[in-house]
Design a protein around this ligand. Sequence first.
Ligand SMILES: Cc1cc2nc3c(=O)[nH]c(=O)nc-3n(C[C@H](O)[C@H](O)[C@H](O)COP(=O)(O)OP(=O)(O)OC[C@H]3O[C@@H](n4cnc5c(N)ncnc54)[C@H](O)[C@@H]3O)c2cc1C
Length: 401
Amino acid sequence: MNHDCDFCIIGAGTAGLTAATLAARKGYKVTILEKGNIAGPLPRGESMAYYPLVDEILGEGFLQDIATVKPSYRRYHSPGDKKTTLVNVHVPYYFFEWREFIDRFVQSASEAGVEIRYNCEVQSALMNEMEICTGVSYTDESGKDQKIQARVVLACDGYYSTIGSSLGVDYSKINCPIVKFRGKNANIDIQKTPNPQFWLIPNGDLEYAPLFPPCAAYVFPIGGNNIEAGVMLRMGQVPKIKSAELPSDEVIMQVWRRLKEEYPGFSEVFKEIEVEYEALTGMPNASLVESFVLGNGGVVIIGDAAGFVDANGSSGLYYGMKMAEEWVNILDIFLKKNGVWNVVASRNLENQFRNTKIFKHIKKSYSLIGISEAFLFRLLATGKAINRWWWLFSIMIKSAS
Ligand SMILES: Cc1cc2nc3c(=O)[nH]c(=O)nc-3n(C[C@H](O)[C@H](O)[C@H](O)COP(=O)(O)OP(=O)(O)OC[C@H]3O[C@@H](n4cnc5c(N)ncnc54)[C@H](O)[C@@H]3O)c2cc1C
């Protein structure tokens, strides 16, 4: 069969651009299809720890150079801001601006010879032969339907993946709604409070939204008086909590506005704030997908599309990149040896990935978060009980970090 490219990658986010750069550096012909008119059109996470892979993709010292704030502690606030705990995470977290970060990924991909086609939205229908995926169809920038054939398709299309959904992944079990906010002129003294802060709010604690799921409101200092902030609904335990349900988008935004106005401790930060960006989005944090090779093979899901984040810190940037690296390495060896997919190959490749350290780490992060959230939001359940047992939660969270 004639292929248009070796790797067709769907989505120019951090996972897709990493996979593309590494595959192109190995000599493969790589095409990315991105639905936006730029890479990573909507801002996602703007902080991460350093790992050698970051230098490999972005260049030595790039992450450190673009970050002005580099804290290695996190502060957790109990319900009602009655108690706080400072946790040493032992490595600095670098905070940066999304556009500066993502543009550098694009530069690296372009230097490696990757072709990026913007305004190209992949449709759910996959091309296949003998039930193995051989390419995708997409709508190009002029609205025309197009097809592209590839030896491998990597679905790096984010937290609500078109490909994942079309092949049966139920993202309502994987994702958590999250409001992302960026603001200037926050009421924050970065010298005194340079650390990311989290306010844990159990279900039932907000009298104006009694069915609202447990959530964590957060403030990240970006530099100067600029902050990233938001609220993430913690959906992992919700199916087991009778009094919680997934709220509508409108209710989530109403709760978000009230948290900014009146939640103890949290609202202080927003007194004179100048809003730069505010949107409801989602990210995985409730569970991993069941398998990474979809259908009978030919297509692998990577990054947020696979639920591949460290659930303890909601960190997906590095883990999506690392997952991309592992899969490119696995597929490189496989393609050189075999050339084509078959059902048995799919199972072997999936098993190889499940044996990597990074997969085991992510799996463990979901187990740990499951235990600590069950303890907090189901066993203790109320703000009063959580405050009483905060000392025990503090020990748990310190020993897990
Ligand atoms: C508010 C928020 C804060 C976060 N904070 C942090 C943090 O501080 N640290 C951290 O490590 N992680 C954080 N994360 C998680 C992290 O941002 C994500 O895990 C990471 O960006 C996932 O990368 P990705 O490439 O898998 O997906 P994405 O970055 O979502 O990229 C997917 C790409 O696919 C494109 N696409 C989607 N559908 C199609 C289609 N049908 N056809 C073509 N293209 C398509 C999209 O336009 C996008 O460019 C945060 C996430 C959010 C939402």
